[in-house]
Design a protein around this ligand. Structure first.
Ligand code: SF4
Length: 186
């Protein structure tokens, strides 16, 4: 598994302040993607023990709400095993931290992946330039869905996502969040 960056105290990619792992590898090729440099699974840096420790150091901090996996696509075949291993480790070491995953895949196609069951929130779907709206909450285009994984998997029909939040921030939404870039989270 390879990655491009680890950002800290990030407030643009999920609730609270988060550590974000930007993975290499994406085959969705969305028109208007803000980070085409992340598409190559061979690009970026090897995700090694030092990178893992960098993330764990962040998750030790009380003010960090959790981790967000973005990219690229964390569910690209080049990343799936590594993300699953890291998610398992984080769940064990930091059970109170939340895990968000951004993916260009649709919920219906990935909801039975074992790694998904351990996430709190999944933001699904490709970025569609024609549906771009910079006021959307936690997503770049209106086709995407911010999905509450646990509520969805506990529901009668797990193929129908239960949403984590509304599409738009309420009046109290902060300006920084409203300025989220138009992309799948990358
Ligand atoms: S917007 Fe996201 S899913 Fe689409 S090509 Fe870019 S990284 Fe991949």
């Amino acid at each position: 598994m390879r990655y491009h960056d680890i950002t800290k105290a990030d407030m643009l990619n999920g609730d609270g302040l988060r550590v974000v792992l930007w993975l290499s590898g994406c085959s969705h090729c969305c028109k208007g993607c803000q980070n085409p440099l992340t598409w190559d699974p061979e690009g970026g840096l090897l995700f090694d023990d030092a990178a893992r420790e960098e993330i764990f150091e962040q998750l030790e901090l009380s003010y960090i709400s959790g981790i967000t996996f973005s990219g690229g696509d964390p569910l690209h075949p080049a990343n799936l095993a590594g993300v699953r291993e890291l998610v398992d480790e984080i769940r064990e070491k930091y059970p109170d931290k939340t895990i968000w995953i951004y993916t260009g895949s649709m919920w219906e196609d990935i909801c039975d992946y074992p790694v998904i069951a351990k996430a709190d929130v999944v933001v699904d779907g490709e970025y569609v330039e024609a549906l771009r709206d910079v006021k959307l909450q936690w997503k770049g285009s209106s086709n995407q869905r911010v999905i509450d994984v646990k509520k969805t998997l506990a529901s009668a029909d797990t193929a129908v996502p239960v949403l984590h939040c509304s599409d738009y921030y309420d009046a109290a939404g902060c300006a920084e969040q409203i300025l989220k870039p138009a992309c799948c989270g990358c």
